[in-house]
Design a protein. Structure first.
Length: 263
């Protein structure tokens, strides 16, 4: 750049001319080339920064988290790792809330009297009770009687677990350990029906003597229908019969077919 042209450039920058005029003058000089180069470098830097920002946004997308249920615990992992977790048994979403609890133990026999039987219909005032000694300790779950339910008979069944006092089923209301009414509709009309009463306790203690009682109030003259077996020594325990609220008396050489289950 010659001296006169440089002087003209300085005067242009020092006056109130527009920036457009100044840049027009600079465009033909070496100094203008340097400015242009500087602007290009600045734009390159800005462009690179924009690309870096775009790349960063991509990483954020890849960094999304997902929730999985892993061996009963809720965890959060990167989305890219979810596939591997699922291949090892993890499931999408949080684990189910609340404890599931252990599986209740299966009910087992603590007493059973079985064998060839015959029906003893009995009037509706009859109560039968079989004494037994518990072979296993556990919480009472079921008492099952074999009964002959005759057609055209009605009336719900009453099943009780009683204490034994003086070798006989107790008559005291305080000695009724459990009681349940089984609806008439829950028992099939059959000469060999199973009447099942389901309980949630009490606890029975192995080696302790109890009695299970059955009655069918309001069923008529031949409504109760327990099935009994002959012999008296076929099953452990003894069969007792009572009329209404009267005293239990032993029925010699007979046992009632019944099962008692605990868990």
């Amino acid at each position: 750049m010659d001296h006169n042209r440089f002087e003209t450039l300085l005067r242009s920058l020092s006056t109130a001319h527009s920036r457009r005029n100044a840049l027009r003058l600079l465009g033909g000089s070496a100094f203008g080339g340097l400015l242009t180069l500087g602007v290009g470098r600045t734009e390159a830097k800005n462009g690179g920064h924009a690309r870096a920002e775009g790349k960063g946004k991509g990483k954020n997308k890849k960094g999304k988290k997902v929730t999985l249920c892993h061996q009963g615990q809720t965890i959060t992992v990167a989305k890219s790792a979810a596939k591997g977790h699922k291949q090892h048994g993890d499931t999408a979403g949080p684990c189910p809330s609340g404890p599931t609890g252990p599986t209740p133990p299966e009910a087992v026999l603590t007493y059973q009297c079985s064998g060839p039987g015959l029906s003893d219909p009995g009037p509706d005032s009859t109560r039968v009770a079989q004494t037994f000694t518990a072979e296993r300790s556990g919480s009472l779950r079921q008492i099952q009687f074999s009964v002959n339910k005759l057609p055209a008979t009605t009336g719900d069944y009453l099943v009780q677990l009683l204490r034994v006092s003086g070798g006989k089923p107790s008559l005291s209301p305080a000695d009724v350990l459990a009681a349940l009414t089984v609806p008439d509709a829950a028992v099939a009309t059959s000469s060999d029906a199973t009447l099942t009463a389901t309980f949630a306790g009490p606890d029975l203690v192995a080696g302790t003597e109890y009695a299970v009682a059955l009655s069918r109030p309001g069923s008529g003259a031949v409504g109760v229908g327990p099935i009994v077996t002959l012999g008296g020594s076929t099953c452990s325990g003894k069969l007792f019969v009572a009329v209404g609220a009267g005293e239990f008396n032993e029925a010699l050489n007979l046992d009632v077919l019944v099962s008692v289950l605990v868990s």
